[in-house]
Design a protein around this ligand. Sequence first.
Ligand code: ANZ
Ligand code: ZN
Length: 803
Amino acid sequence: MKNYDPKNIEKKWQDIWDEKKPFKCEINDKEKFYPLIEFPYPSGQGLHVGHPRPYTAMDVVSRKRRLEGQNVLFTMGWDAFGLPTENYAMKNKIHPEIVTKNNIANFKKQLKRIGFSFDWDREINTTDPEYYKWTQWIFMKMFEKGLAYKMEMPINFCTSCKVGLSNEEVVGGCCERCGSEVIHKVKNQWMLKITEYADRLIDDLDEVDFIDRVKTQQINWIGRSYGMEVKFQIKDIDDTILVYTTRPDTIFGATYMVISCEHPLLKKYEDRIKNKEEIEKYILEVQKKSEFERTEMNKDKTGVKIDGITAINPCTKKEIPVFISDYVLMTYGSGAIMAVPAHDTRDFDFAKKFGLEIVEVVSGGENVQEKAYTDTNNGIMVNSDFLNGLSVKEAKEKIFEYLSKLGIGNKKTNFKLRDWVFSRQRYWGEPIPLVNCEKCGWVAIPEEELPLKLPELESFEPTETGESPLSKIDEFVNCTCPKCGGKAKRETDTMPQWAGSSWYYLRYMDPNNKENLVGKDALKYFNQVDWYNGGMEHTTLHLLYSRFWHKFLYDIGVVNTKEPYLKRTSHGMILGENGEKMSKSRGNVVNPDEMIDKYGADALRCYEMFLGDFERSASWSDGGINGCRKFLDRVWKLQEITNSSEEMTKSLEKSIHKTIKKVSEDFESLKFNTAIAALMTLINEFYSLKEISREDLRIFLILLNPVSPHITEEIWEEMNFGGYIFEQTWPKYDEAKTIDSEVEMPIQINGKVRTTLMIPKDAKFEDFKEALYDNENVKKFIEGKTVVKEIFVPGKICNIVVK
Ligand code: ANZ
Ligand code: ZN
């Protein structure tokens, strides 16, 4: 027998798969299965060992499902527009297109070496004009339906990347990518109205099988709250201040108001404000801060009382002061609040600092001095005139009736979710297919002109003013208006990072369709993604964005389902050997190529699946992958103990059936580590028997094949089992043969477990009494004592009481 040498066999099998295409997926009459993994951004660094974890997991499921007879659409592609490529291109004076091409070639080579069962004929690339044609098309449709609009707004601007960032890309006041300071800059930006879908993005979560933490994060991110808008009269001016509150029941406790620094009232009544200078100074200070700093709960409260504007509480009729403060944001609700210091922590801190009145209106036993905003939902109303004695729920109804009768209040739902900033002033992205005409305003280019290709460029530097480098190309910018034929200028912004990935799963269904983004037949057959596994970090970005795009495509009749993904699971990160996140600067990055050179792809795959609970983070260990390699060495050597029998070895029957069951179930529930552990246990049993049959080995190889496909195919061939494993069917188990006839019974003496005993499953006490009192441990604990009682409940308790 030859030695196990992954170098000799892995390339060989990869070539066979390339040639025979057993993973090619075409529409047929079989049941389809569409698993999806997040396609990578082909960075210059190449793969690290974190990438293969989710890929291998879904590859295992895909390979198993194929053997079970399903038609599996498992694919790979490249999410290739983006900043790092552009920055690299700028630095090294190479066109981003070439950088992208090289990076993809490298990624592909690395992925091929791991032996994934992708249908490579369906590979897609978001920077391919034939692909981004449809990204542009979807944007155009959104524009037509009024879901894309341009607005002057303060955006997060990274001082180093010189690019606008979405809120999601700002982490702790810094750029998510480079860590530099983020300032606010007013820019004209394209926005997508994701907020119009906010309700559906929450409600339709009921229809899908997403793990709880994904659902919860999305719901919190969208942040739906039900409340009221209430108008407060301004004293001596015929005008009101509109506030948004989720607690209108506490209105009798509203002892002051706060408006945001950007509130239009300040400009409008400029002349009446006596401390204008003080206010302007404060606003300047606030503008330096990020939204994150402004809303931080625990920071010291600051603000200025507006001298000259006083409001009237519509319920207490009392005059109450109006402040500006950074803790009220213009971008939420109406940009103004009624402050109820007794029951809101931020209001409480503010009132303490400025010596304002604090009136308790909900008595629920919570300590107003210590902690406001505790569970006021359960209290009883006090100090609230006609609301006194009511529960919070009753009070909410009553105050709603009262205020709406007066015509100063109405119910209102608010969301934390903001519209999506959909433009960047950079080169390496999809051009936005619109022109600006002096007469007609913004007009979409004719559909036949798609794709609107990125023009060639000499230099990719963003301009000093922050405009896109495309604005420097006159031939690109100057054009005619498709509507009136007059002079027009093209939009020079490009789309953001998240555009191309918002619909890629649809293109996999029909990657070469020239007429449609996805053809009717392909859509009818593949319908939607059955199982999407991806990172938790994408929950509030990519996952939410793509659900939004899909719903839009559903509304305009392009797709047939409301949701793109039926099921969503998530994997834990792979950390460095020292337990820290893998990164170049920490020097703990593990390169999969090196691991393959040393241990082989099958050992890498096996270890990726074995190194811990798939849903949790786990640290890499070279010792661990070495252990998996040793396991595969033992698998290889099974050939030496295999006899010529084609029947399952009788004494292994139970273990084999149990293992089939465990592996089949564990692969489906992301418990790859325990599935592999079961195979390791089985192989130990094989070796302790010293001899196994061909049938035993056959089944073992098929069960291990999804995890380590090369070695299993090779042994299959060596043993002359005929054909390939990829042509076999997944083994079935007989439930009856998986049930143990013996159980392990814990034996208690005076209520303490002292030992265990193997007893027949339906044994009576009398059946094992003799063996029990013969047991050395039992003897030890009852020696010199009298047995006063024997308690036995089958399958539960066996307790001997002694005195
Ligand atoms: C009175 C009140 C009493 C409030 C009370 C809360 C507790 P959610 O649930 O997150 O939607 N608020 C409204 N607009 C705001 C803004 N632009 N910036 C900062 N805070 C704002 O929170 C709604 C509550 O947040 C509103 O209800 C308002 O304070 C505050 F015991 O009104 B409440
Ligand atoms: Zn025009």
